[in-house]
Unconditional design. Sequence first.
Length: 390
Amino acid sequence: MIEVDAIDGPAPLGMAPERFLREYWQKKPLLIRNAFPQFESPIQPEDLAGLACEEGALARIVSHDQTNDRWTLETGPFPEEKFPAMPHHDWTVLVQDVDKWDADVRALLDAFPFLPRWRMDDIMVSFAAPGGSVGAHIDNYDVFLLQGVGHRRWQIDTHPDPESEYRDDVPLRLLRDFKPNHEWILGPGDMLYLPPGVAHHGIAEDACLTISIGLRAPSTAELLIHQADTLAFDADERVRYVDPDLALPADPNEIDDAALDRALAALSRIRLEGRDQIGEWFGRFISAYRVAEGQAPTGDDASGLDIAESIKGGETWMRHPHTRMAWRRLSDGSALLFANGAAWPATVDDAKVLAGAQWLDGETLAALGPGGRELLQTLADGGYLLPESP
């Protein structure tokens, strides 16, 4: 089964989350009709166009000349006069990280409690004029494509060995040969789940807006580079290549097997030890992963207020939109709280409260122990937490 109707629940999957994870997650696509019944998009096309003009917004415009099969790509931010002058067909504007700019869009993440929150990358929103598209392509991450306004035709290829060669004549990673074997038209509230590696193509049937909930999937290269950087930063300069067992070489210009073994032995002495150390590295990496450049919170964003006293006075605080948090339990029963690549020791209870709190009020404060309240102030001083009404 590749299509379900969630009109009678359970939303948004039309099935129990356990079944979705068992049968579909990272395995096969699923079209969910009425995933969000009577859906009203939290963002409208004109709002998205305005956001694409904001400094710091990650925006692109993809246009397609169908007559000549020519694709063009422009990057934002765009001048305000850009969109009124756009043609009435065959173009798309895409804005990433819309959840960081719009709290109503961010609230859509609450509909996916069956997935780890730290796996959530961003919500990208695209508006397409009739015929607009970004071409047939493959993504290397999980994505839920929720139709917000209008209608989009989706085509996917689920053949066992789909074509994966890309065109070399366009500024996008578009498939050279796309052979879809499923096709649907999605309306508001319908949602298509695609695991990594599924070739797909979306074309606007009319002026339409699509909300893409993407989940982070770092490549092994990214993991390796970050781990190597971590190891290099802390490496002991005294640990070096050594060869006290050196014998007369048969050829002084040859790198023999003994030399290779010594190099590998030197590398093996610099490594992450145990689950706690590996867990701290991964927590730092994944909480900092793909934070928009220049948008991550710093101490310059801090309000300078005593957060506990402010909350006691009736103020509600919020997590900075670009703050990513997660936590991990350590082998001694304590925990580490992660935020944007930094880590702090905490109790398990305090780490759970702080990592799960998008909004902080008196109830949050009451749930924290003394150490948790100190950490709360540390986070506020770092700009990770902000008063709702600065």
